[in-house]
Design a protein around this ligand. Structure first.
Ligand code: 13P
Length: 342
């Protein structure tokens, strides 16, 4: 394991003012996104859509890395340049989702375990050859009646650490993603408790499995009220509770925390990240690894039509710029009204 290379990659991903575009939707997830705009999910449409994002002029000022899906890492831009090569030529680090999805957890109700460990060592080697320099694995924890269970939290934490160790061995920075879902009517206090519990298990397993903390990035949920809860916590409350939770559990040796958006509106995801960074200097860089919150307006503007590509790119560029501002606590909602650059 080349510790220096891992540390350098991790630091580059959370460089000042920059964050990650998560474009690693599985076939079933991208189909859902395309269904929402009435576009058929063909291999060519998926390629054209990702191409639009990756060729957005100037976005590399705000985007340091892109997470790809297995199909995408093997695809090419319209001019024939393989996507990983295109990204690298713009100074954007290619990454790859390596889990194979969350499946029902045996003998548990309403809980899942993320699969993908079998054969992972060989797949990591192939992805590195294809140009990937970091990886991602997402574990899913749900809040509900009597859940999450200890069983679900610890089995997922164990798998995350096995993946992280294999990634570091292969020279890829593991993005460790334990997502406590915001689905449900729970309070922010329950989110705090479940997130706290989950992070405790994850960092215990990472340590036990010898993962080098300086060479990972954590991709967590923010501590939030459930979607359907009666009282939605303010941005300031979300920021304070998230930082309080993370200070308890995330070692200062971890270079960065790159949040997922998890179904928040794009502007909420930006405002919450901004509120956290406005709270001052933290032991880790606080950045973004957003899927929906970076792509939603672009997807809508595109609508599957070639003539809308530029409008879609402007929408994506704008969200990337807003989230970059949130990295320093300098974002303000008024900036949303700025003319989207032509
Ligand atoms: P969202 O930001 O849409 O939650 O997606 C990020 C991601 O990569 C989830 O695994």
């Amino acid at each position: 394991m080349d510790v220096q290379e891992l540390e350098a990659t991790a630091s580059a991903i959370v460089a000042e003012g920059k964050g990650i575009l998560a474009a690693d939707e599985s076939d079933s997830t991208i189909k859902k996104r395309f269904d929402s705009i009435g576009v058929e999910s063909t291999e060519e449409n998926r390629r054209a859509y990702r191409d639009l994002l990756f060729t957005t002029e100037g976005v590399e000022e705000y985007i340091s890395g892109v997470i790809l899906f297995d199909e995408t890492i093997r695809q090419s831009s319209a001019d024939g340049t393989p996507f990983p090569e295109l990204l690298a030529s713009r100074g954007v680090i290619p990454g790859i989702k390596v889990d194979t999805g969350a499946k029902p957890l045996a003998l548990a109700r309403g809980e899942t375990i993320t699969e993908g460990l079998d054969g992972l060592r060989d797949r990591l080697e192939e992805y590195r050859d294809l140009g990937a320099r970091f990886a991602k694995w997402r574990a899913v924890i749900s809040i509900g009646n009597g859940i999450p269970s200890e069983y679900c939290i610890w089995t997922n934490a164990h798998a995350l650490a096995r993946y992280a160790a294999l990634s570091q061995e292969a020279g890829l920075v593991p993005i460790v993603e334990p997502e406590v879902l915001m689905d449900g009517g729970h309070t922010i206090d329950r989110s705090f408790e479940a997130t706290s519990h989950t992070l405790h298990a994850v960092f215990t397993e990472l340590r036990d499995q010898r993962v080098h903390p300086e060479g990972i990035l954590l991709k967590p949920n923010m501590v939030l009220s459930g979607y359907d809860g009666p009282d939605q916590a303010s941005h300031d409350k979300v920021a304070a509770e998230t930082i309080r939770c993370f200070k308890r559990h995330v070692p200062a040796a971890v270079p960065g925390i790159v949040f997922l958006s998890g179904g928040q509106s794009d502007e909420d995801a930006t405002a919450n990240l901004n509120a956290m960074n406005a709270l001052g200097k933290h032991p880790w860089q606080l950045s973004f690894s957003y899927g929906r919150a970076l792509q939603a307006p672009a997807l809508k503007a595109w609508g599957g039509k070639e003539e809308n590509v530029e409008a879609a790119q402007r929408a994506y560029y704008h969200r990337a710029k807003m989230n970059s501002a949130a990295r320093t606590g300098m974002y303000a909602p008024e900036m949303e009204k700025e003319a989207v650059p032509a």
